[in-house]
Ligand binder design. Structure first.
Ligand SMILES: Cc1ncc(COP(=O)(O)O)c(C=O)c1O
Length: 400
């Protein structure tokens, strides 16, 4: 019998590791590798936030804090929800954790019993299904197809709900597709949920500020206030303020749930980093210029990448509403053979051949639960993106 737990045996290591490992090996041999797999902004954290962290150290904010966040940060988060989302929360309804990831994990661990089902639209952020499994629940995957704008439909949601459904996880704009649910689409889903009072909503709003053109971000509790008492709204500073390494995320929801999540956190990690909490406070309360600046850079890069990929024979790349990913289809390339002799049997074979033959590392769609696609993160310079698109184009032109 294995020394490791039976639960862990059911959890997969990140499926993106294989391609990342291969990219690293090839780079070590001196090959010119372009990695488009990173899930983080390529900018530095704004200066006033870094300064606030230094000041926090000098002011002695280096000790344990309240388990689920300092009061000032909770108050700033309440202001954020009120001003940006029209949502009124009290500090007792706010929890701060080590990244948005811990908020999601705490929520699932605090609520799932064996047999409880969690609806997850695919393609999904890789961690959702495994977190659900770790917490003892059962992921129920619903396909958000490209022809539906990578959004699930109200009928699909209705069909997936059973008496055992506990949560619906929503992520708009999405990693890996960049697709967003505008007000109408969101309203259609929340209408379905009103008919099923046992279902709660776990909404991952981490890409809230990265939206393009005239897309207006909305969050479920804002669109349907009746759902607020069964919604956990998760957000954080990682993507909005280029603070991925600082590890601060937060959630807002019913006080009873928030308290239970705090209990779990008190017996696992305790408070999120004290210094990072003061940095997050500065991020939320300070100048917001970075948000608009990064949004315009990402929109320019999105346009560059979408145009470049759609010029590749056999690739179809929809225009995403937000985040910094594109998720093109390679349906027309399956069954072809590359110039280097690799048979493209599926999206993993595509990504492997692309890496071996052109040095461009992308993440294959199977990792996110919807094939045949691949994900590109365009959180890198215009020049690198243009070079990558040119290489992908040559690769596609060489397929027979
Ligand atoms: C959809 C989604 N949710 C959550 C996270 C995690 O965010 P954090 O850095 O706040 O833990 C990520 C990070 O890649 C993400 O893409």
């Amino acid at each position: 019998m294995s020394f490791l737990s039976q639960t862990l045996a059911r959890v997969k290591p990140s499926p993106t590791m294989a391609i990342t490992g291969l990219a690293r090996e090839l780079a070590a041999t001196g090959k010119d590798i372009i990695s488009l797999s990173a899930g983080e902004p390529d900018f530095d954290t704004p200066e006033h936030i870094r300064e606030a962290a230094k000041a926090a150290i000098d002011a002695g904010h280096t000790r344990y804090t309240a388990v689920d966040g300092i009061p000032q940060l909770k108050a700033a988060i309440c202001d954020k929800f009120r001003n940006e989302n029209g949502l009124d929360y009290t500090p007792a309804q706010i929890t701060v954790g080590t990244g948005g990831k811990q908020i999601l994990y705490n929520a699932l661990m605090a609520t799932l019993n064996p047999g409880d089902e969690v609806i997850i639209p695919a393609p999904y952020w890789v961690s959702y299904p495994d977190m659900v499994v770790l917490a003892g629940g059962t992921p129920v995957i619903v396909e958000a197809a490209m022809q539906n704008g990578y959004r699930i439909t109200p009928d699909q949601l209705e069909a997936a709900i059973t008496p055992k459904t506990k949560w619906l996880i929503l992520n708009s704009p999405s990693n890996p597709t960049g697709a967003g649910y505008g007000r109408e689409h969101m309203q259609a889903l929340t209408d379905v949920l009103l008919r099923h009072p046992q279902v709660w909503v776990l909404t991952d709003d981490i890409y809230e500020h990265l939206v393009f053109d005239d897309f207006q971000f909305v969050t479920p509790a804002q669109v349907q206030p009746e759902l607020k008492n069964r919604t956990l709204t998760m957000n954080g500073v990682s993507k909005a303020y280029a603070m991925t390494g600082w590890r601060i995320g937060y959630g807002a929801g019913p006080a009873e749930l928030v308290k239970a999540m705090g209990t779990l956190q008190s017996q696992s990690t305790s408070n999120p980093c004290s210094i990072s909490q003061y940095a997050a406070l500065a991020a939320l309360q300070g100048p917001q210029d970075y948000i608009a600046e990064s949004r315009s850079v990402f929109q320019r890069r999105r346009d560059l990448v979408v145009r470049g990929l759609n010029e590749c024979p056999g690739i179809v790349c929809p225009v995403p509403e937000g985040a910094f990913y594109v998720y093109p289809s390679i349906r027309d390339l399956i069954g072809k053979t590359s110039a280097g002799g690799a048979l493209i049997t599926n999206d993993e074979a595509f990504a492997t051949a692309l890496l071996n033959e052109t040095g461009v590392a992308v993440v294959f769609g199977a990792a996110f639960g919807l094939s045949p696609h691949f994900r590109i993160s365009y959180a890198t310079s215009d020049q690198v993106l243009a070079d990558a698109c040119a290489r992908i184009r040559r690769f596609c032109e060489g397929l027979r």
